[in-house]
Design a protein around this ligand. Structure first.
Ligand SMILES: *Cc1c(COP(=O)(O)O)cnc(C)c1O
Length: 452
């Protein structure tokens, strides 16, 4: 290690709060509002340096749409996409006094929920990147074997001889849960052999569901990083095994980035304009960074300087905040500053950020904030009560960013009546009923809205 903790704390004051698991808000100085030369240079560099091709990824998803519709008739036109839902009652409720459980936010502008919690097939944001990467691999395998051309009707992929082909190949992934679900469900559907290396924090029902689909689930007593490392190692030994590398994958990133283009269409369809006078603020829960990073990349491609994206992380696993604040990216882990990485936001329980994403976010992300686990359940219960929408604890983290933007903690233009806010809900629809109920009750107890 080329640094000392005491020196880091001196050089980067928020590190002291991070190490104490206190909530922070940090604005990325490379992108701060004042239109400084550094900020401008950063934004220009971002424009000149495409990381993935959103159009190419979208075209691939369109080629697969007839196949998806064939095997999942509930997916409208074979396009895996989620609703953008106004949540005015939640917005009103956020302004109320909850006796300090949640900050009171009088949010100017309109608040929307991006319901990736309800994406078809796998019920989380991982249905974007994870499914995209599996489809791309299937396409490669089928083409290499001379069985598929781009101009074919991809419904043929559902035929038995393709299942036989894919069965000679395998897919592996390390995951805290939801990525495993996406990769496992789609790979098994195509006929691949699949192994999911699950970290200790992964929920039992996710393991059970995958096993019921014929997926091999290997469990690790250790954390996510260990599960990924083991998966990577096993896959390297087998040339017919594709390893989905959550820490470095450009394919995952490309799949997530398509969200920016789709969001543009959804806002256009609603007649919602984004420009200098109608700014877009987006709040995204972050684990290793791939999902929120890819989405942010796409949003910045389509909305440019009029979009302000922020990542939300648990106070006990703030890997991206730590990596960006110190500039050390993946060369520092939350454990290095004495944090345990343990959180009830299982989708965000990651100790070390993706290097690929940290690099890409330097010139694109406006800031990071952390949220204490104790706030996730009250947000969950409030959303359920006001809008009748269930999302999982991890997916609630974005709500904790709103008050920072309103209270001026962020060095970005303050929102006004014309502003659009999108809290990105990243998972929840596949959570079993009993667990939904227990999360909800936990939130009600914090808010004191039920008495037992
Ligand atoms: C995976 C996940 C995230 C974050 O995605 P990363 O790519 O790990 O940053 C957020 N919310 C939920 C529910 C997730 O499953």
């Amino acid at each position: 290690m080329s640094w000392h903790l005491e020196q880091l704390k001196k050089d980067y004051p928020p590190v002291t709060d991070l190490a104490a698991c206190r909530e922070i808000f940090w604005t990325n100085p490379r992108l701060s509002a004042c239109g400084s030369d550094t900020a401008k240079a950063g934004q220009d560099a971002a424009k000149a340096d495409p990381i993935v091709s959103i159009d190419e990824a979208e075209a691939r998803l369109l080629r697969f749409a007839p196949f998806i519709e064939q095997v999942y008739p509930e997916v409208l036109e074979g396009i895996i996409e989620s609703d953008l839902t106004p949540i005015p009652d939640m917005q009103d409720a956020l302004a109320l006094d909850t006796a300090g459980v949640l900050p009171e936010v009088d949010l100017p502008g309109r608040l929307f929920l991006k319901c990736d919690s309800h994406l078809p097939v796998s019920g989380s944001i991982k249905a974007r990147g994870g499914i995209y990467e599996v489809l791309k691999y299937a396409e490669e395998v089928a083409m290499e074997n001379g069985m598929l051309k781009e101009s074919d009707d991809y419904r043929i992929l559902a035929e038995p001889h393709f299942q036989e082909l894919f069965n000679k190949y395998s897919v592996a992934v390390g995951s805290t849960g939801n990525l495993g679900l996406s990769i496992g469900i789609m790979s098994a559907k195509l006929g691949f052999q699949v192994t999911v290396h699950m970290s200790a924090d992964a929920r039992q029902w996710k393991k059970d569901l995958l096993r019921s689909k014929g997926v091999i689930v290997k469990e690790y007593p250790d954390d996510y990083e260990a599960a990924v490392a083991q998966g990577r190692k096993e896959a390297q030994e087998d040339p017919r095994c594709h390893f989905v590398d959550d820490e470095n994958s450009l394919d995952l990133f490309a799949g997530y980035s398509v969200a920016g283009k789709r969001l543009k269409q959804q806002l256009d369809n609603r007649g919602v304009i984004i420009d200098e006078d109608h700014r877009l603020y987006v709040y995204l829960p972050c684990g290793v960074g791939g999902a929120p990073g890819g989405v942010t990349y796409g949003i910045k491609e389509y909305f440019g300087d009029n979009a302000y994206c922020f990542f939300a992380e648990p106070t006990h696993a703030p890997c991206m905040a730590l990596g960006l604040i110190t500039g050390l990216h993946n060369r520092i882990s939350v454990k290095d500053i004495g944090i345990d990485g343990i959180t009830e936001a299982d989708g965000l329980a990651v100790g070390r950020a993706s290097a690929l994403v940290a690099d890409a976010m330097e010139s694109r992300l406006h800031g990071c904030f952390t949220v204490d686990d104790s706030r996730l359940y009250p947000y969950l219960a409030l959303l359920q009560d006001t809008e009748d929408i269930f999302i999982e604890p991890s997916a609630c983290a974005g709500f904790a960013g709103l008050h920072h933007i309103v209270s001026g903690n962020a060095d970005v233009p303050a929102p006004d009546e014309q502003s659009i806010h999108i809290v990105w809900a990243t998972g929840g629809s596949m959570v079993p009923e009993e667990e939904k109920e227990s999360y909800y009750l936990k939130g009600c107890r914090s808010l004191n809205t039920i008495t037992e």
